[in-house]
Write a protein that binds this ligand. Sequence first.
Ligand code: GLN
Length: 548
Amino acid sequence: MQTKYVVVLGSLLSGLGKGIVTSSLAKILSLYGYNVMPLKFDGYLNFDCGTMNPFRHGEVFVLEDGSEVDMDFGTYERFLNKDVTKDFTLTGGKVMSEIIAKERKGDFLGTDVQIIPHVTDYIIERIEKVSEKEKLDVLLIEVGGTVGDIENGYFVEAMRQLSQKHRTVFVDVTYVPELETVGEQKTKPTQLALRSLRQDGIQPNFVVCRSTRRLDDKTRKKIALFSNLAPEAVIDDNDISNIYELPLRLVEQKMDKMLIKELGLEATTFDEKRFTEWKNRVDPNDKKRTATIAIVGKYVNLKDSYASVKEALMHAALACKANLKINWIESETFEESSVGSSLAALKSADGILVPGGFGQRGTEGMINAIEYARVNKIPYLGLCLGMQLMAIEYARNVCGLPGATSGEFDPKADHKIIDLMEEQKRTTLKGGTMRLGSWDASIKPGTSAHAAYGSDAITERHRHRYEMNNAYKRVLEDKGLVVSATTPDGNLVEIIEWKNQFGMATQAHPEFKSRVERPAPMFLAFVRSALARSNPISEETMTYSLLK
Ligand code: GLN
């Protein structure tokens, strides 16, 4: 069977959640048993996301194969419960560097290399190749940015050409504002956006409308009129309490059936059982408890910087049938003499989490927060930098090593508890050179980490240059810090924990592998401890309410 295509684009503004729409459509199609995958194009000229600033661009997501990609890939994996590979990520930088490499090789001898046809043909070929390799029924292609941007113009043109060769459905995600003073949904921006889409030769098959409340009948009809569509093809995507409800909303509006018809897919049966499980899992109405988690980081002003951490906490809370409340705390505030409202936010939390990060700024505040968690026996979870700082805090305050730090912050320090990995000392290039992607670890039986994973051997994704310095391992262990997991050869420390209280941290990023249907074990253990602290319940009830 030939692969069919769904192209999701935005014609009005970015940030409307095209990734969530793409993921929800992929999820629904997968419930029909079709072999589907998402692919994303981003127009920027970076080769990948690894060198971008999380504070501006949001989190850098890491795939199993070590690719550093756009945060939308996290959304795809969390919905689809499937690993995506580098074949499904395309950036302007990657496209151009591959075109130039081809030109240098002599693939275009005697021609002037042009956007049309050389770049557009190359994009189509690449898409066809991956569809064939993976034997896909449907490939969903998300176009980053907005139609009309200079960066993605050639990609949008390639999508138009793709639709001439293959069955392709276009989904336009738009925004329908509502002026409070008038109390009326306004369609003019969408009308103009649809016009610009048509100028590019694209007629959408569906218009998905982001709005604060459901579309009025009048609004839907008006958009349908201006988009040459039936009113049913104008889809409601109004604000919902959690993103995982979107597949439910789309099925409610029969978008699944309409999409399958438009794509001309062979009939299959819908997996009602898995759909009901999903529905029950994400139901916002059956939560009796709340876990309040303080995230102490340095990029907290842009919540997208910690997207996977937030979602992994959410998956764990959903599995425990609990609400999640996150207190975002700027770590630098714990370095000042008057911590004010930040301390109150920390004190009211049932669990404290220090996420990953780079550079020294804010780390002293994180160390103070970790000390607070340890001394007051508040459940703690540390991720990557959060593990390195947990070791440093322990070295300073329990092992009596003043000034203990990381080589990242002070390469000349006396006690570098954390130091550059051997192979990193020889690395000068910055792009794609960290310890990246999936790595194995062996867990010591009898530890809390072992209880959390229920296994001796695990794999988690990584993204770091520094590691725990083995010269200090004995010192820390002698004073009670538990090294609960290392790489199978015993060389790199992967997980550490406190004794007799919940405090666990890893050099990895378990948040990258957390899914709605399969929460990350460490997050589950952490949220479970936080809930036990906030709402003491019997062990029995607790085990029952957890996903195994
Ligand atoms: N900056 C630290 C390192 O490179 C931690 C990285 C992270 O938290 N992802 O090792």
